[in-house]
Each structure stands twice: as structure tokens, then as C-alpha cells.
Write a protein that binds this ligand. Structure first.
Ligand code: HEM
Length: 339
């Protein structure tokens, strides 16, 4: 339980880091600190607070928060290594460490190379994947998920259409986020200056690359909304009694409405930095919620596929369980796997 609470803290801190990163771009502070990994020649942690003014405040705070989150993710991996019997969950912890280190390097390189769009877009996109990893670890270590893993009852029915539409929704939300990052880092945020219309109509009167990117993000919002409505509608119609699906569904709907409102306000406010950054972090929350819903809809299949994936995994998991608890037990979803 303690590990789960820590994993929740890691996920929440990662969301906070994404907000802080959003502030850096939204305030145009990306190059306020020209060097990396040092800050104006100072070791990052010893940079004087009274020098954190203007854009330096946003950029340097982002670096400090990122270091703290990186440390939390390393501690999480070590904790998983120590107590987690499921090999694949431990592996997720190591992947999260590799991802956050890569993320830090991308952040440094984008500064040293004067914010080239492809690297900045990669930095923004990987940030969302790091968040997804932390959310997944928090979910997999939750008592609810583990109860279902070890439950003697038959797995909850497999609803194939729901799984398909939920997976599609999560993938499309991520694609929409990449489109948003592309728009942001190619200066296309105000290429269409009105909302909800497009130059007073539904189609732009002329096309430029920036208008096309911006328009794609708006069409993307419509497509994502359709998928979210289909997923949530399916859950409410067929699985209304299942709290673990109903709750993230309703949250997803609410977050989507907030996200679209924030997107519109970002344009109408001429990219106000707070609204803009809230739009970035709410995008992450939409993605994370959609991912949780997807993983829960796929749980019966997931348990069989992952835990029972290879014989060697089964062997390793069994011996690990023995090492940690002192007694043999079957890995989740693998009845009688005491090999
Ligand atoms: C499913 C709905 C949406 C999602 C998930 C989403 C997500 C995002 C994300 C994550 C970013 C920033 C990417 C980054 O730099 O890391 C972004 C940028 C942006 N989004 Fe959205 N968005 C959605 C809908 C909308 C809508 C309806 C609008 C209205 C026009 C909009 C307007 C914008 C603008 C203007 C930017 C760029 C801001 C800038 O240039 O700094 N978004 N979006």
C-alpha cells in the first residue's frame, strides 16, 4: 500500500513537472538559461535563489522540479526492485528510469541547440509517455488491481468492442497531444485566430503549413471527442454497475470538456501563459485517465498475456516471490505455476 501511495506521488509530481514545462514554453523562457547541465556556470542545486528572476525563474524551476521527479522515479524503481514480486512491474520501473533520463538529455540538448522544433516536440511527447509510465505503475501497484490479479473468481467478462474502442481512444489522444506539441513548437498556436469557428467559417479560406497543423489539431479534437463519447457511452450502457470503469469514464468526459474549453481559451486569450500551460497538463490528465480506463478494460487479457508470457518469466517470478515472501505462490494469472 505504501508503495502504491508513493507511486501516486510520483505520478502527481510528473503532472506537476509537465505543468512547469508548459510554463517554460508559454512564457518564452526556453533559452533564459543558455547552458546545461549547469545554470550560468553554477551547479544546478547551488544556483542562488535571488538570481531566479524573469524567464530564469521558469527555466531553472523546471530543471529543479525535473531533478526531483527524476530522483523519485529512481527511488520508485529501487523500491520495486526490493519488494515487487511481478517481474513485468519491476521492468516498468526500470523503463521509467530510462525514459526520464532520456527526457532530461532531450531537454538539455534542446537548450544547447537553441530549441530545434523536432527535439522540442520529442521532449514534449516523451514527457507524456513518462507520465503514462508513472500512472501505469500507480495502477498496477494499487490494491484494486492486485486483488483482481489474485482473485480466485473468473476474470470479469472480456468485452472485445470496448477494449478496441478504449485502446483507439488512448492512441488518438496521444496523437492529438503530438499534434499539439507540433503546433506549439512551430509557432502555429494562433495561426487560426478565432474559436470555435475558423476564420468565421468551418474551413480556412487559404492554407499555410501552420494553418494546416492548427486545423489538424482542431479536427483531432473532434475525432478524439467522438471516440471518448463512444467509449464512455459503451461503459455506461453495458457496464454501469462496474465502478472501476464508470469512475474513469466520467472523469475522462469531464476532463475532455475542460480540455476543449482550455484549448478555445488559449486561442481567444492570445495564448495566456497560465491557460496555455493548464491546457498542456490537462492534455496529460486526459491521456492518463484514458490509459487507466483502457488498462482496466483489458485487465483479463493483460493478466494472462503478461504474467504468463514466457516460461522463463514464470520461473523468475516464482523464485522472486519465494525470495520475498519466504513461501511459494503462483504468479498472478498462472494457476499452479509452482515450477
Ligand atoms: C482532445 C482535445 C485536446 C487535447 C488532448 C489537446 C492537447 C494539447 C497539448 C498536450 C498541447 C501542448 C503540447 C505540448 O507542447 O506539450 C496542445 C497545444 C495546443 N492546443 Fe490543444 N488539445 C486539445 C484540444 C484543443 C482545442 C479544441 C483547441 C482549440 C483551438 C486547442 C488549442 C491548442 C493550441 C492553440 C495549442 C498550442 C499552444 C501554443 O502554441 O503554445 N486544443 N494541445
Amino acid at each position: 500500500m505504501l508503495l502504491h501511495l508513493f507511486a501516486l506521488l510520483v505520478a502527481a509530481s510528473t503532472a506537476g513537472l509537465i505543468f512547469a514545462g508548459g510554463l517554460v514554453t508559454s512564457t518564452g523562457s526556453g533559452l533564459s538559461v543558455p547552458d546545461w547541465p549547469n545554470t550560468y556556470g553554477w551547479f544546478m542545486l547551488t544556483f542562488p535563489i535571488d538570481k531566479m528572476v524573469g524567464g530564469i525563474f521558469y527555466e531553472h524551476s523546471h530543471r529543479l522540479i525535473a531533478s526531483m521527479v527524476g530522483l523519485l522515479i529512481v527511488v520508485q524503481a529501487a523500491w520495486l526492485f526490493k519488494v515487487e514480486p511481478r517481474l513485468w512491474v519491476r521492468r516498468l520501473g526500470y523503463i521509467a528510469v530510462a525514459a526520464v533520463v532520456t527526457q532530461g538529455i532531450l531537454g538539455g540538448v534542446t537548450v544547447l541547440w537553441f530549441l530545434p522544433a523536432p527535439i522540442s516536440i520529442a521532449h514534449a511527447s516523451l514527457a507524456q509517455l513518462v507520465f503514462c509510465l508513472t500512472v501505469s505503475i500507480a495502477l498496477f501497484t494499487s490494491p484494486g488491481w492486485q486483488r483482481a490479479d489474485t482473485s480466485k473468481q473468473a476474470p470479469i467478462d472480456t468485452d472485445q468492442p470496448l477494449q478496441t474502442i478504449a485502446i483507439l481512444t488512448t492512441v488518438l489522444v496521444y496523437a492529438q497531444i503530438i499534434a499539439g506539441a507540433t503546433m506549439r513548437h512551430t509557432g502555429a498556436g494562433l495561426a487560426i485566430p478565432d474559436f470555435p469557428f475558423v476564420f468565421g467559417s468551418v474551413l480556412p479560406p487559404y492554407w499555410t503549413p501552420q494553418i494546416a497543423i492548427h486545423y489538424a489539431h482542431r479536427v483531432g479534437a473532434l475525432v478524439v471527442s467522438g471516440c471518448v463519447l463512444a467509449t464512455v457511452g459503451h461503459v455506461l450502457y453495458h457496464h454501469i454497475s462496474r465502478l472501476e470503469l464508470r469512475r474513469p469514464s466520467l472523469l475522462l468526459l469531464a476532463l475532455l470538456a475542460i480540455q476543449i474549453t482550455l484549448g478555445g481559451l488559449t486561442v481567444l486569450s492570445g495564448k495566456h501563459y497560465i491557460i496555455n500551460s493548464l491546457h498542456v497538463v490537462t492534455g496529460a490528465l486526459v491521456l492518463g485517465t484514458s490509459l487507466v480506463l483502457t488498462l482496466r478494460t483489458c485487465r483479463p487479457r493483460f493478466v494472462v498475456n503478461v504474467s504468463g508470457s514466457t516460461k522463463r518469466d514464470v520461473l523468475q517470478e516464482s523464485s522472486r516471490t519465494y525470495e520475498l515472501s519466504g513461501e511459494w505462490s503462483s504468479p498472478p494469472g498462472v494457476p499452479g505455476a509452482r515450477v
